[in-house]
Design a protein around this ligand. Structure first.
Ligand code: ARG
Ligand code: ZN
Length: 866
């Protein structure tokens, strides 16, 4: 890290541009690596078998990336060479290089213990582990550290630790060493190494062609009993990818390792996935239903990368969505198949709106395929991942399921073993369908959430004749940083029509909008229909439609599309709250009555009722207000939301105890969709009950809980009314040795503290002996908790902003990547009043003025400030 970082502006001179892409000068035919592990001085020897690429025959320099490496020796075809690296790598001048194949040998020293950035090779709790995506391999050895340089690796590890793992298949081992060979060419970002005192949970999987694969999940002794769910999820994922995508696994072993210190969720290294331990370890006592669902999804996600990411990788980091959008889409399909598609869709859209729409509306907005970056780690975003997945879903809707399946088969056969681009991806769809996808491509290149306005017309037929119903749409995408002008996109709008009695009179039909303004006619109708628009959330757009509370209540009661039924409830709640906050008409009675009817409707899936019962979050409401041109007042939002909860609870007071009791079960805990749905509705109702009884029922539920889901549900309800002190203490006493569980304890307190106490409480939590600045999970629990506490974080005097900035600056010196991620808490500043805006931007400026600021946090703060 340099001590003097220039200020970051919109056109940062350090930017790397997609338009500047150049193929690499050389081909890497194979590589041999040897690691002699030592905590402070690991020796890495590398033999790179290189030759000039056809395009670069003749005189060309060889550039290798390398950071924080101590070069011990460098040999070209056995001859020692004396060259001094620069801060980012090593250049071999053209006159040194043969115009034929040659072997380059390097030996470097690295220091895993001092690596607090958790990128490259580092130590976590006594074990060695690596994280190389995106550009971490250059912190391990000198290398062409770019995804389009792929090669076969042979790896030797020397260490006294009992378990020594790398990619591919194990080939030989002895006391103090092990060798691995990966037969599949891969880019350096998929390299991994793990060494430690670990134990394995083992199973096996026989692939569709009858090959047996040994599966192992490696954890620390004591955690073996918490691997069963991850293993089960892995086996289901392997089966699913064979059945649905025809994709078979391709090595003799598949290893997963759980590590406690990890910047992200998990990593798809070839044959050796490395996971943040919180996304592996689970049992009923220590993990919630949400944890189980997330583990299932992330295990699947990383496994699915074996084809979408590893066998076919990305040409350059601008193509990140090629692997991430597609793999998220695949893991969403998988979870839907394992659970309920409607419930999964509702959850995914809620997350998309909360995170991606928020990103798209602020200073950090960027296209799904960005055109430039300073630090690529800053682009592992909701836009690249979740909006990237929405684009795949839209493409599938537009071409149909059969063509989608054909296109995927063609993609796998055409590009296997390659580093591909979005152009390659779209081309397989064009070739299969004959469609021109140039307009669709705008979804990848233009940032921002299109706003879709709807108007309707009804022409009554002449006596005895049918009427005509017309839906007219207008699309408009507001400007985003660096992109003032937006072009119309192709938008698949799934629409169904309901008759006045609630029956569906037109089943779902996908309208394909391509113009700025377009109308669609529905003929042959006997009465004016009620439209159900954007069913299943068929496109990631903001639907702006003035409709009455009565119509929303009607759709909430009758829509046959479960997503839109949820959507009717959500928009009714949102409009009611926005009206409360802006002096609009009072919609509370309509809302409360519609919601109470839904909650009592036992024919509906409890998981669905639980999601519909959930009010828009305070941040969602701030977003909704600012979309309508109002300044959000965090305190007022909180009060209005809580008043609505009180109203609903009051209306249901007679039913709540019976409803809650009816959801109880004396079967032992199972992390299945049915049980999770019941517990989720039960927790939602308990939260309402707690607003009426001062916490009596929740205290009882907490004491009686035999699983983490119920315990957290009860604790959340108590903390939300400012109670729960005794329960917090009991929780800590029971779980203080368990890092993952204690993260929940830190997080809940920070997120649920009363607004006038949150900042002080978070400062205390950060001073707690259990707080560890070096552990990303703990930092995110505490400071992610603070930023999730909308009214607390946005306290009018700016104390929340100041506290977060203080700690971001502190973290940045150790772990720039994590600091940069959490800094996005500030991205919503343009929404707020001038006083808050001034306070936040002052903190961003203070961050930018910090000596030695990282490229990561510097780019984020700079973009938020631009
Ligand atoms: N490829 C990983 C995943 O999607 C994410 C790892 C990204 N890590 C990073 N440091 N940027 O599962
Ligand atoms: Zn991924």
């Amino acid at each position: 890290m340099s001590s003097e970082t220039p200020p970051v502006t919109a056109a940062d001179p350090r930017s790397i541009w997609l338009a500047d892409y150049q193929p690499y000068s050389h081909v890497l035919d194979k590589a041999e690596l040897c690691f002699r592990l030592a905590p402070k001085g690991t020796r890495v020897s590398a033999r790179l078998h290189l030759r000039p690429s056809a395009a670069a025959r003749g005189r060309h320099v060889l550039r290798l990336d390398g950071e924080a490496l101590r070069l011990v020796s460098l040999r070209l075809d056995g001859q020692l060479i004396d060259l001094t690296p620069d801060p980012t790598g090593l250049t071999l001048p053209a006159d040194l290089l043969p115009d034929a194949p040659f072997v380059l040998e390097t030996e470097v020293l690295i220091d895993p213990v001092s690596n607090t950035a958790l990128e490259g090779l580092y130590m976590s709790n006594g074990m060695y582990c690596s994280q190389c995506e995106a550009q971490g391999f250059r912190k391990i050895t000198f290398w062409p550290d770019r995804p389009d340089v792929m090669t076969r690796y042979t790896v030797r590890i020397e260490s006294d630790l009992p378990v020594l793992l790398s990619n591919g298949n194990p080939t030989a081992s002895g006391p103090g060493w092990a060798e691995w060979h990966d037969p599949w060419p891969k880019p350096s970002y998929l390299f991994a190494l793990v060494a430690g005192d670990l134990v394995a949970c083992r199973d096996s999987f026989t692939t569709m062609s009858g090959r047996k694969v040994d599966l192992a999940i490696w954890v620390r002794a004591g955690d073996e009993s918490r691997c069963a769910w991850a293993m089960d999820s892995l086996i289901r994922s392997m089966k699913w990818d064979e059945e649905v995508y025809g994709r078979e696994y391709d090595l003799d072993v598949f290893n997963i390792v759980a590590v406690d210190d990890f910047n992200m969720g998990a990593m798809e290294n070839k044959g050796l996935n490395i996971f943040n331990s919180k996304f592996v370890l689970a049992d009923a006592e220590s993990a919630t239903d949400d944890d189980f669902a997330r583990i299932e999804a992330i295990i699947a996600h990383e496994y699915f990368h074996n084809w979408t990411g590893n066998r076919i990788t990305c040409r350059d980091w601008f193509q990140l969505c090629l692997k991430e959008g597609l793999t998220v889409f695949r893991d969403q399909q998988f979870s839907g198949d394992m659970r309920s598609h409607a419930v999964k869709r509702i959850e995914d859209v809620a997350l998309l709106r909360a995170r991606q729409f928020r990103e798209d509306q602020g200073p950090l907005a960027h296209p799904v395929r960005p055109e430039s970056f300073v630090e690529i780690n800053n682009f592992y975003t909701a836009t690249v991942y979740e909006k990237g997945a929405e684009l795949i879903a839209m493409l599938k809707t537009l071409v149909g399921d059969a063509a989608y399946a054909k296109a995927l088969d063609l993609y796998f056969s055409r590009h296997d073993g390659e580093a591909a681009t979005i152009e390659d991806w779209l081309k397989v769809f064009e070739d299969v369908t004959g469609r021109d996808l140039s307009q669709f491509k705008r979804w990848y290149s233009e940032a921002g959430t299109p706003r879709l306005e709807v108007s309707e017309a009804w022409e009554v037929g002449e006596a005895g004749e049918a009427g005509v119903y017309t839906l007219s749409f207008t699309q408009h995408t507001p400007p985003t940083p660096g992109q003032k002008q937006k072009n119309p996109r192709v938008i698949p709008i799934a629409v169904g029509l309901l008759g006045p009695n609630g029956d569906e009179i037109r089943p779902t039909e996908v309208l394909e909008m391509t113009e700025v303004q377009q109308s669609f006619r529905f003929e042959g109708l006997t009465a004016r229909p009620v439209p159900s628009i954007l069913r299943g959330f068929s496109a990631p757009v903001l639907l702006a439609r003035d409709s009455s509370a009565a119509e929303r209540a009607f759709l909430l009661a009758h829509d046959t599309d479960l997503f839109n039924r949820y959507e009717a409830g959500r928009s009714l709640a949102r409009e009611m709250l926005v009206a409360q906050l802006t002096g609009g008409a009072d919609l509370r009675a309509t809302w409360a009555a519609a919601l109470a009817a839904l909650i009592r409707d036992e024919s509906l899936d409890p998981a669905f009722r639980a999601l519909t019962l959930r009010l828009p979050s305070e941040d969602d409401l701030a977003q909704a207000l600012s979309e309508r041109g109002h300044l959000p007042d965090p305190e007022a939002i909180r009060s209005a939301r809580r008043a609505a909860q009180d109203l609903l609870a009051g209306g249901l007071s007679a039913d709540l105890p019976g409803l809650i009791a009816g959801l109880a079960s004396d079967r032992p805990f199972l992390p299945d969709a049915e049980g999770a749905g019941r517990r989720s509705l039960s927790a939602g109702l308990l939260a309402l009950q707690t607003r009426l009884d001062g916490g009596a029922a929740a205290r009882q539920a907490f004491d009686a809980a035999d699983n983490m889901t119920s315990a957290i549900g009860a604790l959340t309800a108590l903390l939300d009314i400012g109670a729960g002190g005794a329960e917090l203490a009991a929780f800590a006493a029971r779980w203080q040795q368990d890092r993952n569980v204690m993260d929940k304890w830190f997080m809940l307190q920070a997120a649920l503290a009363a607004p006038d106490q949150a900042v002080e409480l978070v400062a205390e939590l950060a001073a707690h002996p259990g707080f560890d600045l070096k552990n990303p999970n703990r930092f995110r629990a505490v400071f992610g908790g603070l930023s999730a506490n909308h009214a607390g974080f946005h306290r009018a005097d700016g104390a929340g902003y100041r506290l977060l900035a203080d700690w971001l600056i502190r973290l940045d010196a150790l772990n720039p990547q994590s600091a940069a991620r959490v800094s996005a808490a500030f991205e919503t500043w343009p929404r707020y009043d001038p006083a808050r805006r001034a306070l936040i931007t002052a903190e961003l400026d203070r961050i930018l003025a910090t000596p030695g600021l990282s490229r990561d946090l510097g780019e984020m703060a700079g973009r938020m400030r631009a």
